[in-house]
Design a binder for this molecule. Structure first.
Ligand code: SF4
Length: 479
């Protein structure tokens, strides 16, 4: 696998469409990049005003066929694709989670991570609650089921008043769809229309696929309830400092989406232009790491006037597993996915652009691959600042000790990559490229300053100092 932070989850909901489950299937298909471990859809109401659910491990197309979708009738559906950020990767943790309680049925889809889930879980277990999953999301359902409020939206508000952290939720009861974004707005959630139907999705690319029109994003702290009477917006939570995840723009979101009201492609390309202004270098050609570096490399090439060439070809048909040859081939794992184009690279000074470096293992193999194809110099340019701190808000990050930029100097990383030079985009430069919301972003994985405190035991995942420090090289450390 490429050495990247993993996407969190994708959520989708639709109300008022005769083929709601099929629309959810297509929406999840477009959101597949946000989670590949499991997929699920809950739909209804069907006979007796009930919701039905189907979930499975794997890609959306593996989990759903015609027959599964036909067993999900109704004009409302909510769906989820998951990469486990909390809770193990197994079917019981797949979403939507569907419960039956005194408020009736509720299906929940969650993108994000709750920082006080363990503490609430201990409290609830102490009071006799029986948890079915190891996912943080189930805490919300237990709080909901215990709420004395009468209306589902009031019970949901009371539950969410007790949780802290990141959540973009899409929920269904037997007669209404609810969507809510946490007061910090960590994760995106967009609202749109498809004819008379109302659609919500993590990213607008899901709306494009089904022909829906994006109207706006849910505001941080906004709860939208959609029922037979229309769309109702509530702002039940005290305002909080906004903390939109800037990594959505760096890597997670698809470039054809609008996220936090901005075109991902435009922001990502602006990162590349700014990177070029900060760290241009004498070179012959700009080469992106596909697909993650393409937008930033385009911006870098535009700004410098250097030609942008596709010097690495990605095999898009690689499955999750493959049979390795018995006699080891050097860098086999990365070679299966990427192949250099010798005619572009031979005898050239190459600027290699990528969006981020996590452990550095893949970047090193790519640099060596380009040199082996005949490049005379390889200058690595990264379109975000050094990743020095883990995420506690729904992104799967390795321990700080595994983040190469947390434990090594710039020069040590350059040497490890075997690059002729290495530069990252500055934090100031990154924020200057995000246009309208520059003060509203979370940048904790680059700064170590966290907008929402997390419990001490989670912090033990991050035991190292935050500065770039002089340490042994990763080669020496792995010996
Ligand atoms: S810590 Fe990084 S990945 Fe996590 S929400 Fe903040 S910017 Fe996003």
């Amino acid at each position: 696998m490429f050495d990247k932070l993993h996407e969190e989850c994708g959520v989708f909901g639709i109300f008022g469409h005769p083929e709601a489950a099929k629309m959810a299937y297509l929406g999840l298909y477009a959101l597949q990049h946000r989670g590949q471990e499991s997929a699920g859809i809950a739909a209804g109401p069907n006979g007796g005003d009930r919701l039905a659910v189907h979930r499975g491990m794997g890609y959306v197309a593996d989990v759903f066929g015609q027959s599964e979708l036909e067993r999900l009738p109704g004009q409302m559906a909510v769906g989820h694709v998951r990469y486990s950020t909390a809770g193990a990767s197994k079917l019981v943790n797949a979403q939507p989670i569907l419960i039956d309680c005194s408020h009736g049925q509720l299906a929940l889809c969650h993108n994000g991570n709750l920082v006080n889930a363990s503490e609430l879980r201990d409290e609830l277990v102490g009071e006799g609650a029986i948890f079915q999953t190891s996912s943080d999301s189930e805490v919300i359902l237990h709080l909901y089921a215990r709420s004395k409020e009468h209306r589902p939206e009031q019970a949901l508000i009371a539950s969410l008043a007790r949780v802290r952290g990141a959540y973009s939720l899409v929920l269904a009861t037997s007669d209404r769809l609810m969507a809510v974004r946490d007061p910090h707005g960590f994760r995106p959630l967009a609202l749109g229309r498809l004819g008379g139907a109302v659609v919500v999705a993590s990213e607008t690319c899901a709306m494009d696929l089904i022909g829906a029109t994006w109207e706006r994003d849910l505001e941080p702290g906004e709860l939208v309830v959609v029922d037979a009477d229309g769309v109702h917006s509530h702002k039940p939570f005290p305002p909080a400092r906004h903390a939109f995840c800037i990594f959505e723009h760096v890597y997670f979101a698809r470039p054809d989406s609008y996220v936090f009201g901005e075109s991902v492609n435009e922001i990502r390309t602006a990162f590349g232009r700014q990177l070029a202004r900060e760290s241009a270098v004498g070179a012959d050609v700009v080469v992106p790491v596909p697909d993650s570096g393409v937008c930033a490399a385009t911006g870098f090439a535009e700004e410098t006037g250097l030609p942008l060439r596709i010097g690495l070809i990605r095999n898009h048909y690689v499955g999750r597993t493959f049979i390795e040859p018995q006699q080891s081939i050097r860098h086999f794992g990365v070679k299966v996915k990427l192949n250099p184009v010798r005619s572009i690279l031979e005898g050239k000074r190459v600027v290699l652009v990528d969006d981020s470096i996590v452990r550095g293992t893949t970047s090193r193999k790519i640099v060596r691959m380009i040199k082996a194809a005949g490049a005379t110099e390889v200058h690595v340019r990264i379109s975000c600042p050094p990743t020095i701190s883990p995420c506690f808000y729904g992104v799967d990050t390795p321990r700080r000790s595994e983040l190469i930029a947390a434990t090594h100097t710039l020069e040590e990383i350059r040497k490890y990559l075997d690059a002729d030079s290495l530069r990252y985009l500055s934090l100031e430069g990154m924020l200057s490229a995000v246009n309208s919301h520059r003060g509203h972003y979370c940048t904790s994985c680059y700064t170590g300053h966290y907008p929402v405190p997390f419990p001490r035991e989670q912090g033990t995942r991050a035991p190292l100092p935050l500065q770039l420090v002089n340490r042994r090289s990763p080669d020496e450390e792995s010996r």
